[in-house]
Design a protein around this ligand. Structure first.
Ligand code: GLU
Length: 326
């Protein structure tokens, strides 16, 4: 018997026995999921999860919203502060927040109570340059105008790691701007910057806009420093942006990347996390159909890859029931 049927059976029995004991509406619980910019994929992750969760509001009482945010670092900080219930964050950010091993998460900013729920799609570290800027490799960006990412975004955090690995600083660019994903494509088209940076699933609206408003090329991010980053850190992997996905970019482009992950806090009750996870995996085909980046997702990989914080017990309970973990 599933949990839901046994619960319903128990309620029916109670009603028969008690007579007057009517089935009351569940207590309302409001949850928020931190996402990213509206032209990214996190926004679709959050909106999709909420859409599935809200189908069950009558029985669970859970009402879910998924506002646009600054991205990974902003989401993790908002969950830590109790301002958001859950959020999407890059696998590297999940790791750094839990381990407190980068400046933004060290000392008091460490997030010991961070808990993993599942990972989602892969996110290649993506650079797009105007054709007329003649940027064929990462090194060609020296002295150029680059949008390195808005504060709170995963791309800015990952860009800082790449710069440190290469022995560069932001001063190696003639301009290091901090526009949001929704603004940076127009800035590229208007020749305000030579290149933009985005760590995101593909295809996404931001890169589609960039490559369709101006002649632009995806820039490979490879070399010994990147090999070293991938070899030394479990949350990075080599990645390829498929050819033919964006206008004017017929060939696959090599880079490295992270995974998008879904995280929460140990302070969030088990039953809330359980119901959210159940809504996603009980309706998994529907979920996968909500964005092309979700098409190849497999539950076994989502619970075993990209997560470095401990699994939240509410999520673990569902995975055990499914036999996905022993
Ligand atoms: N990876 C980006 C970030 O952490 C967000 C990408 C997206 O919104 O799809 O900020």
């Amino acid at each position: 018997m599933s949990l839901r049927t046994s619960f319903t059976a128990a309620v029916t029995l109670a009603m028969l026995a008690g007579g007057a004991q009517a089935q009351s509406a569940p207590e309302e619980k409001f949850i928020t999921i931190g996402t990213g910019g509206q032209t990214g994929v996190y926004y679709v992750v959050g909106q999709s999860i909420c859409r599935l969760v809200n189908r069950d509001t009558a029985t669970t009482g859970i009402k879910c919203t998924a506002p646009s945010t600054g991205g990974s670092v902003a989401n993790v900080n908002a969950i830590k502060a109790g301002e958001m219930t859950m959020g999407v964050a890059q696998s590297d950010i999940q790791y750094h927040a839990y381990n407190g091993d980068t400046p933004e998460f060290s000392g008091d900013n460490k997030f010991d109570k961070e808990r993993a729920i599942f990972s989602v799609h892969g996110e290649p570290f993506t650079i797009v340059a105007r054709k007329d800027a003649n940027i064929a490799t990462f090194d060609d960006m020296k002295g150029k105008r680059v949008n390195v990412g808005n504060p709170g975004s995963g791309q800015l955090a990952t860009m800082e790691v790449v710069l440190a690995a290469k022995g560069w600083t932001m001063k190696d660019f003639s301009l290091a701007s901090d526009l949001k994903p929704a603004e940076q494509s127009a800035a590229l088209g208007d020749n305000k910057v030579d290149a933009i940076v985005y760590t995101a699933g593909h295809p996404n609206g931001s890169i589609q806009e960039a490559t369709s408003t101006v002649e632009a090329n995806l820039v490979p991010v490879t070399g010994p420093e990147i090999d070293k980053l991938v070899a030394e850190n479990p949350y990075y992997a080599k990645a390829v942006i498929p050819g033919g996905m964006y206008a004017g970019n017929p060939d696959p482009v090599d880079t490295f990347g992270v995974k998008a992950t879904f995280v929460t806090s140990a302070d969030v009750p088990d039953d809330v996390v359980y119901e959210v996870v159940k809504a996603v995996f009980d309706n998994f085909d529907r979920f996968k159909g909500l964005h092309p980046a979700f098409a190849d997702l497999k539950p076994e990989e989502m619970i075993s890859q990209g997560n470095s914080a401990p699994l939240h017990p509410g999520a673990e309970k569902y995975y055990r029931e499914k036999g996905w973990i022993k």
